[in-house]
Design a binder for this molecule. Sequence first.
Ligand SMILES: CC(C)(COP(=O)(O)OP(=O)(O)OC[C@H]1O[C@@H](n2cnc3c(N)ncnc32)[C@H](O)[C@@H]1OP(=O)(O)O)[C@@H](O)C(=O)NCCC(=O)NCCS
Length: 308
Amino acid sequence: MLFRETVESDLDNLLSCVVDESISWAHPDRLLSNLEDGQYRHDRIWIAEQDGQILARAVWWAFANSDNPLALDCIYVHPSVDDRVGLAAGLLEAAHEAFGDRPAYHVFLQNGWRDDPTASAAIAWRQEAAARAGLTQELERLRYQWTPLAPMPKPSTRVVFTEEPDDEVFVEAFRQVAQGSLDFDTRQALTRMDPVDQAREEVEGYKSMPGDRSWWRMAHTPDGRLIGFALPEANNGGPVVGYLGVVPEFRGQGYVADLLDEITRFHAERGVERILADTDTTNLPMAKAFERAGYVNFSVRLVLSAYE
Ligand SMILES: CC(C)(COP(=O)(O)OP(=O)(O)OC[C@H]1O[C@@H](n2cnc3c(N)ncnc32)[C@H](O)[C@@H]1OP(=O)(O)O)[C@@H](O)C(=O)NCCC(=O)NCCS
């Protein structure tokens, strides 16, 4: 069995891989369009090959300008393979070694997937393979969407929103908001990083998204005290909530709604058809805020990652 990254001449064989399970996957249209715009690259698609046939395929995603693969998008194993867990794990390990990194596996599933035997079976063997390759940590995120069918939120009467061109002001606000956060990635990052470095990394991460930096808003009380910030953003799929945060001293007063409404209004006034957002199942205040603001939970993102 040969594990290798692909080259352009593999394209026809890559397109013939079919996943017919209830799980997100790199189907031919997605493969072609993402290869075209650089979100997929041949050196980030790995195959297990025998006698010229693809027996397993793993596809990693990244923003077009990223130096490294950012997420594993798809695991496929040919139906004829008996030990699909072993083969997929071997393929992931080989690619991880070449990348010098173990990007998290992001799987999109329908709501209630645990009660659906086909969806649970589709994820079960992949999860086992991912775990063998070191992706042992599991996080479930709720996916929300807002459409113009929901009411247009009114402007806040108690929060003043302003543009802030100085990144360092956002770094300081991110640092404060990270305190006591229920967001899993933030909590994890703070166990291994200095809070200012963590905040700076967040700001850089959001700046690398396709939205416009000028969309970001600081949030203050009318007498100038910092409440937090609201970051309307976009990814390659369109407008997203991006991020918002309330500093610890203002929590528990419902400010999350003012900030989320500002983001929603910002995008809605640009005439967008849909705003997407994710939050961890454990971030209950955030999940409730989405629901109160007319966002509808339409699916689940399962993230399997390596302990850092
Ligand atoms: C999520 C967040 C914006 C909620 O803001 P908020 O304005 O305090 O939200 P609410 O006022 O609606 O709070 C509802 C309840 O949750 C509690 N709560 C809010 N944030 C909390 C936190 N981080 N930890 C524990 N409890 C929290 C509030 O105290 C309140 O409790 P109560 O009903 O008993 O009074 C805020 O916690 C935050 O900035 N967290 C860090 C950043 C983050 O997670 N952003 C979202 C990423 S998707």
